[in-house]
Design a protein around this ligand. Structure first.
Ligand SMILES: [Zn+2]
Length: 416
């Protein structure tokens, strides 16, 4: 690498400026962003992004699921590009950084390389993946999942939002149903910069998270069937109370996750009493479970222990309980060579860093099933994300963008 390249730094003020400039598309009164995928605010930010990429000399193309690819040529165009990017959609009450940082930092990397007159050996390609958040259309990360073949394109195009609008129609409505076949844009590797969305880096005073893994996920739908009866006249010993049963299961879930910790979490986030009434003993409850770990053996243990606990509690309370697994996503183990490249870059640039597991899902986790991928994390304030209060410092965002740039340069090579 030339000495110009090794001393190269992104333009911190310019990066910070673009983050705040694009935050106006869907800005909320509390300082957050509401930019649901494929809505009009998403169209506005996409148009802005396309214009900025083209102004930076990139060739932009859009695939049939609306994901945007902005290619910067390299000296050797026979090799697939190094991919970098994230997403520009947000949660309904989201922040300015989730996804946005990784996409706009990728743009900043290209702008910096342009300013320095650096040509890479192999091309690089910025991506804005459609619908990472999953709050308007399920599943989350649908475009990258289709990219790696986990879903067919037609399946994803037919998914509908709560108003019955299909992905295909939403894409047409904002003019982003592109003509590139999904998967046609190849990558030699993919790097995603993202805020941590958790408290670890901030608590330990570390600037860079070298993400080596992502949690696997178990989603269940559960149901408890007891017996509805009069709240006044049914003696306590004769009750078959579905809600009391669920209460024990909720606490058992906590105990089980803690037992398998620190790398395990378990949450019962939804519980619906079928016919709620003040003076009726709850007879039927539907609930959901979300369990996660980066270790497949721990995921199996969580499953086994949860089933055993539900069996014991429901038998003791004389109720029926079912637990159906509706989704199992295996843990992600990011490409060891890429993880090492991110780590070496953080070290070379003098940033404090640590290896970290991603608690949330990301497009890079999907991509890693087919191409070498890795992620760079930077701290966010109080670990808060998916919230209008989400915040990160300019210094940390700048550090992350510099690690992203130098990792990409180490992978793409500088043309001599
Ligand atoms: Zn995100």
């Amino acid at each position: 690498m030339t000495s110009i390249a090794s001393n190269l730094q992104i333009d911190s003020a310019r990066l910070w400026g673009t983050i705040h400039e694009t935050a106006k598309f869907g800005a909320t009164p509390k300082g957050g962003v509401r930019r649901l995928t494929l809505g009009d605010e998403d169209r506005q930010v996409r148009d802005w992004f396309k214009t900025a990429c083209e102004a930076a000399g990139l060739e932009v193309h859009v695939d049939t699921l609306g994901s945007m690819f902005a290619l910067r040529k390299g000296r050797d165009m026979t090799k697939p590009p190094v991919g970098l990017g994230s997403h520009l959609d947000t949660q309904p009450t989201g922040g300015k950084f989730d996804g946005v940082l990784g996409t706009l930092a990728a743009l900043e990397v290209v702008r910096t390389l342009n300013d320095a007159g650096i040509e890479t050996e192999i091309p690089i390609c910025i991506v804005n993946w459609t619908n990472e958040e999953g709050s308007r259309f399920a599943p989350a990360m649908m475009a990258s999942a289709a990219y790696v073949g986990d879903f067919t394109v037609d399946d994803i195009l037919s998914r509908k939002d709560a108003d019955g609008v299909a992905v295909a129609d939403a894409l047409d409505a904002i003019g982003y149903r592109g003509d590139s076949p999904v998967g046609r844009q190849r990558f030699s590797s993919f790097i995603e910069l993202h805020i941590e969305q958790g408290p670890i880096l901030e608590a330990e005073g570390k600037t860079i998270g070298v993400v080596d893994s992502g949690q696997g996920v178990l989603w269940y739908d559960g149901k408890i069937t007891g017996f509805e009866s009069h709240a006044g006249s049914t003696p306590m010993r004769l009750r078959r109370n579905a809600l009391a049963t669920l209460s024990e299961i909720v606490l058992a879930m906590e105990t089980i996750a803690k037992k398998h910790g620190p790398n395990a979490v378990g949450t019962i986030g939804e519980a619906v009493i079928a016919k709620p009434s003040r003076n009726v003993i709850p007879g039927e409850i539907a609930f959901t479970v979300d369990c996660r770990s980066a270790d497949a053996a721990i995921m199996d243990a969580l499953d086994k222990d949860l089933r055993a606990a539900i069996g014991e509690i429901s038998a003791r309370r004389n109720v029926e309980a079912t637990l159906d697994l509706v989704w199992r996503k295996p843990p992600t183990h990011f490409d060891p060579k890429l993880v090492a490249a991110v780590e070496a870059t953080a070290k070379k640039l003098g940033f404090s860093h640590r290896r970290i597991t991603s608690g949330a899902g990301h497009d890079a986790c999907n991509l890693n099933t087919k191409i070498p991928a890795a992620m760079v994390f930077v701290p966010c304030k109080d670990g808060v994300s998916h919230n209008e209060l989400e915040d990160a410092t300019q210094a940390d965002c700048t550090a992350g963008a510099n690690v992203l740039m130098h990792t990409v340069l180490s992978l793409a090579g500088v043309a001599s």
